[in-house]
Design a protein around this ligand. Structure first.
Ligand code: FAD
Ligand code: MLT
Ligand code: ZN
Length: 482
């Protein structure tokens, strides 16, 4: 079917106003980091699961490939079309309803286009907690969170998005609807298909709805910003926090001083405690099921022990919700501050927590030698062993040219060390098209072959987000030998 005819068919399926072909489509075609601008044949905005299925069937019949898109906040160029002008973007934004909240089952059934923050609002009103928390939560959607198996700032206690999901509804690449919205906590009836789609980055099908786990809201939350003498001290503080707070430890985010200085520079209205006084700070959050007094007491006992053991220098403890928000806001502003500073290289890596200080020390030495003058923006989810070990071009350098010439060599230095430390080159952001070549180089050939077999079985015509995560036509011979 020629493209013109397909567009006509799609207009008939979802309504002409929900098929966008002209005008400024940047919101759908340009990735959040400004790394790549694509060109869509059309952006389709279906309003129901049945419409998604009909759209997918029509595209499949026409042999046109599809890019599922949520809030387009992904970090690895996975949710925007390529430059061919031949791909259809299927935006889930209109499918944003909360279908049911089952307080007794502690579950919520929600459509894929629901913005994460709106989900929080609904749960808060019911006195329940949906723990997934990302700085992008005002724009990212639950479908995108599932598509990427997003991590965020509460993983240390509640796990990744995968751990929060009890069921999915999915439209397959052929346009069939799989209703797996059971909400069961136990179900060993064969392969757990849900886990294939979670983290599949839109390459196996389109998630249209999900059942997510809820928790009772804590009675109190206490937040502290802790000043540290070293990264090693941060690891020691994490151990103490686990021991003192147990399941009450709900956030543990580290920030290097240069990351803090970018927040200070680009958001001067924010007060950044311990600015330029210590090499690292940690945002530590304690959630308590008893009372605020109990929570404060436990946190203060922990901080006193940390200072006594030399793994903390000083700390500020938020006195109220506004102060806690302000401390979290410093941490959450780092990606935006980095973007304001200019194009940058992101390394979203994970390594055993105990080995992170060694990794950082070795990476700093190697990069100072290979690329003098580069600026390291080091921060992240230390509680999960997940660092954002990012690189900003040297002061005053042309960032675009720097990325063109140095991204490859810098990645080679960092990822060689990640391999040496038995780590992962993508802890939470996924692969998209930015890390596709890296996946081939760093994943085992056996694992890659199984991934390709799954892709070929579910999407034999390679129509769902082709070229993302897996290289089209790649074979195990492309892979490294480890
Ligand atoms: P999109 O960007 O639209 O899509 C991401 C991927 O999922 C694409 O491959 C897309 O094809 C696929 N997809 C989208 N919707 C569906 C669907 N319905 N069905 C199937 N596939 C789908 N990420 C973290 O993990 N942790 C963080 O702490 C974090 N912080 C961030 C902070 C900022 C300021 C920003 C801008 C981003 C951050 N991210 C973080 C990255 C991003 O927000 C997450 O990856 C998020 O899960 C993406 O959701 P989205 O709705 O924007 O998805
Ligand atoms: C974060 O933790 O802030 C995010 O993963 C975003 C980023 O790495 O820029
Ligand atoms: Zn992160």
């Amino acid at each position: 079917m020629p493209h013109k005819e397909l567009v006509h068919t799609l207009r008939g399926l979802v309504g002409a106003s929900q098929v966008l072909c002209e005008g400024d489509l940047s919101a759908y075609e340009l990735d959040w980091r400004g790394r790549e601008r694509g060109k869509a044949l059309a952006v389709i905005r279906p309003g129901s699961t049945a419409e998604v299925a009909a759209v997918v069937k029509a595209c499949a019949a026409a042999g046109v490939s599809m890019v599922p898109q949520g809030g387009n906040t992904g970090m690895v160029v996975g949710s925007t079309p390529d430059a061919s002008g031949e791909q259809v973007v299927i935006s889930l934004g209109r499918m944003n309803a909360v279908r049911t909240l089952d307080a007794d089952n502690l579950t919520i059934t929600v459509e894929a286009g629901c913005v994460l923050q709106n989900l929080h609002t609904v749960c808060d009103a019911a006195g329940l907690l949906f723990p997934l928390s990302l700085a992008s939560q005002g724009s990212c959607t639950i479908g995108g969170n599932l598509g990427t198996n997003a991590g965020g700032t509460q993983v240390v206690r509640f796990g990744n998005t995968r751990d929060l999901c009890l069921g999915l509804e999915v439209v397959t690449p052929q346009g069939a609807i799989w209703d797996g919205l059971t909400g069961l906590r136990k179900d060993n009836t064969g392969y757990d298909l849900r886990h294939l789609f979670i983290g599949s980055e839109g390459t196996l099908g389109i998630i249209t709805a999900a059942v997510m786990k809820l928790y009772p809201a804590p009675r109190a939350k206490m937040t502290a910003l802790v000043a540290l003498p070293s990264l090693q001290a941060a690891v020691a503080l994490l151990g103490l926090a686990h021991a003192h707070l147990g399941a009450g430890l709900t956030g543990f985010e580290v920030m290097g001083q240069f990351a803090l200085s970018l927040v200070h520079k680009h958001f001067p209205q924010q007060r950044v405690p311990f600015f330029q006084t210590v090499p690292y700070c940690v945002v530590l959050e304690h959630s308590d099921t008893e009372s605020e007094a109990h929570a404060r007491n436990q946190l203060e006992t922990l901080l006193e022990a940390a200072v006594a053991k030399g793994c903390a220098v000083d700390a500020v403890v938020a006195e109220n919700i506004a102060q806690a928000r302000a401390l979290w806001h410093i941490r959450e502003s780092i990606p935006l501050a980095q973007a304001k500073e200019g194009l940058n290289i992101k390394h979203d890596i994970s390594i055993a927590v105990s080995r992170i200080p060694d990794f950082v020390a070795q990476a700093e030495v190697a990069l100072a030698h290979s690329h003098p003058g580069i600026r390291l923006v080091n921060y992240g989810h230390l509680g999960d062993g997940n660092l954002h070990f990012n690189v900003q071009a040297p002061e005053g350098a042309d960032a675009q040219a720097f990325l063109r010439d140095e991204e490859g060599p810098i990645n080679a230095v960092v990822y060689a060390l990640v391999d040496a430390f038995n780590g992962s080159i993508s802890a939470e952001h996924g692969i998209g098209s930015l890390k596709r070549e890296k996946l081939v180089a760093h994943k085992s050939p056996v694992a890659l072959d199984m991934m390709r077999a799954i892709k070929a079985a579910l999407d034999p015509h390679n129509l769902m987000n082709p070229g993302r995560m897996l290289k089209p036509g790649g074979t195990h011979s492309d892979s490294a030998t480890h």
